[in-house]
Design a protein around this ligand. Structure first.
Ligand SMILES: CC(C)(COP(=O)(O)OP(=O)(O)OC[C@H]1O[C@@H](n2cnc3c(N)ncnc32)[C@H](O)[C@@H]1OP(=O)(O)O)[C@@H](O)C(=O)NCCC(=O)NCCS
Length: 159
């Protein structure tokens, strides 16, 4: 039985790509190409791509990728395999990722989301994201604007 406590995040590796590409294809109408994921894996200075894996066999059930540069952070991709959604695993991965971004020194993190993506929007609102603005015509297939959302981190004591 899958539970958030049986799942963990670890850095994405090349051998994970077949599983990731399958989840990506099942999750988005305009899936990233393999070369995009490879680029994230190789971009050691800016990109932090993690798989969401399940114990005890390191089964890949999702992934979350963020960029961090000069105290600016952006979540660029995030998906769970459809068979494992709605079980609290995505929320747990997001919480761990927000904790990691905050620990790196970011004051805030941004992301883009479709207005029609009710599950993701609900999750982001639940974790303190608010609307920063919209990017017109950002998505295709189907065409949709992007909501740009931001989560601010309270300054640590002593800042
Ligand atoms: C967004 C996504 C990662 C959430 O992961 P998940 O493991 O299914 O979500 P969880 O089970 O942890 O749910 C946590 C919260 O998300 C929201 N949520 C999840 N599924 C939902 C649904 N079907 N309807 C409405 N809200 C939903 C709720 O706020 C939920 O909190 P609650 O249980 O207290 O109501 C997952 O739905 C997914 O992979 N979607 C396809 C890819 C995608 O849209 N990625 C984001 C792109 S911006």
């Amino acid at each position: 039985m899958l539970s958030p406590s049986s799942c963990y995040l670890r850095r994405m590796q090349e051998r994970d790509l077949p599983f990731i590409l399958e989840i990506e294809r099942l999750s988005f109408p305009n899936p990233w190409h393999e070369s995009s994921f490879r680029g994230e894996i190789e971009n050691l200075h800016i990109s932090y791509p993690s798989v969401i894996a399940q114990r005890p066999h390191d089964r890949i059930i999702g992934y979350i990728i963020f960029w961090y540069l000069a105290d600016k952070a952006q979540i660029s991709n995030f998906a769970l395999h459809p068979d494992f959604r709605g079980l609290g695993v995505g929320e747990s991965a997001l919480k761990k990722t927000l904790g990691a971004i905050r620990a790196m020194g970011a004051r805030h993190v941004v992301l883009e989301v479709r207005p029609s993506n009710t599950p993701a929007l609900s999750l982001y609102h639940k974790h303190g994201f608010v609307l920063l603005g919209t990017q017109q015509g950002y998505y295709q297939n189907p065409p949709e604007d992007a909501l740009v959302m931001i989560r601010y981190f309270a300054p640590a004591q002593g800042d």
